[in-house]
Design a protein. Structure first.
Length: 225
C-alpha cells in the first residue's frame, strides 16, 4: 500500500490558479469595464474512466498491488505559488503578458474512503497577488487582484477510483467571479480529469516502470505531467 503524495493534489490546486490567473489577465486587457456576475454555480462533471496505466517493467519480486491509502478526515494544507507568462494575439498583434506571482493557501480534505475509491474536497482559503515582481503596471495589477479576489472560498470536490483515477468533479464557483473566469472553470474541469496519474492494476515491485500520460490542452494552455 502507498499513500499518494501531496504533489498529486498540489498540481490540481495549481491548475486552478494557473487557469484563472490567465483568464483574469487576458480579461484585464479586454474587459476592464465589465461587471462581475453574482450568481453562484455548482456543476458536477462525470469523467470517462481511462484505461489503467501500461506497465513497461513489473520490477523485482516481491511485487504488490499499489493502491491509494486514504482515511476520511485526512487533511493537508498547501501553499501554491503560480507565476504565469501569457502569449496572446489581439487584433492580429502578439502580446506577452507576465502575471505577478499568485500565492494561494489551499486545504485538501478526504471526505470518505473505501475499497472502491475516495472523495477529496479542495478549498481555496486565500489568494494574494504579489505586484512587485511583475512587468504589469499598477492598474493591471489591481485589476488582476480584483479578478482573483472572489477565488477565496472556491470549493471543489473530486471522486477517485481504487487506482486513483478521477471519475467525477464538482466545482462551486463563489459569488463575484467574472463571466470569463466562470467560463474558464469549464476548461478546468476537463484538465483536472488528467492531472492525477493513476496507479497500475497489476502488482509491481522495486524498479517498476509504467506509463500514465496526462497531457492536455485548453485554449492554448498546455499541461503535461
Amino acid at each position: 500500500m502507498t499513500r499518494p503524495s501531496r504533489g498529486r493534489y498540489g498540481v490540481a490546486a495549481g491548475a486552478i490558479a494557473c487557469l484563472l490567473a490567465t483568464t483574469g489577465l487576458t480579461s484585464c486587457s479586454k474587459d476592464r469595464g465589465a461587471s462581475p456576475t453574482t450568481t453562484a454555480t455548482s456543476t458536477t462533471t462525470t469523467i470517462p474512466v481511462a484505461e489503467p496505466p501500461e506497465v513497461l517493467d513489473a520490477g523485482a519480486a516481491p511485487r504488490l498491488q499499489l493502491r491509494p491509502t486514504m482515511h476520511a478526515g485526512d487533511q493537508v494544507r498547501l501553499r501554491v505559488a503560480t507565476d504565469v507568462i501569457v502569449h496572446q494575439t489581439v487584433d492580429g498583434r502578439q502580446q506577452r503578458l507576465d502575471t505577478p506571482p499568485i500565492v494561494q493557501q489551499v486545504a485538501l480534505t478526504v471526505t470518505d474512503a473505501d475499497d472502491t475509491g475516495y472523495g477529496l474536497r479542495i478549498e481555496i482559503d486565500s489568494v494574494v497577488v504579489n505586484g512587485r515582481d511583475s512587468d504589469l503596471d499598477a492598474e493591471r495589477v489591481q485589476a488582476l487582484t480584483d479578478q482573483l479576489a472572489p477565488l477565496a472560498g472556491l470549493v471543489g470536490t473530486s471522486r477517485f477510483d481504487h487506482l486513483g483515477r478521477p471519475i467525477a468533479i464538482e466545482i462551486d464557483a463563489p459569488d463575484g467571479l467574472s463571466d470569463s473566469a466562470r467560463s474558464a472553470l469549464s476548461g478546468l474541469r476537463d484538465q483536472l480529469a488528467h492531472l492525477a496519474p493513476a496507479l497500475p492494476e497489476e502488482a509491481v515491485g522495486v524498479g517498476a516502470r509504467w506509463t500514465s500520460p496526462i497531457a492536455t490542452a485548453d485554449g492554448g494552455l498546455d499541461l503535461t505531467g
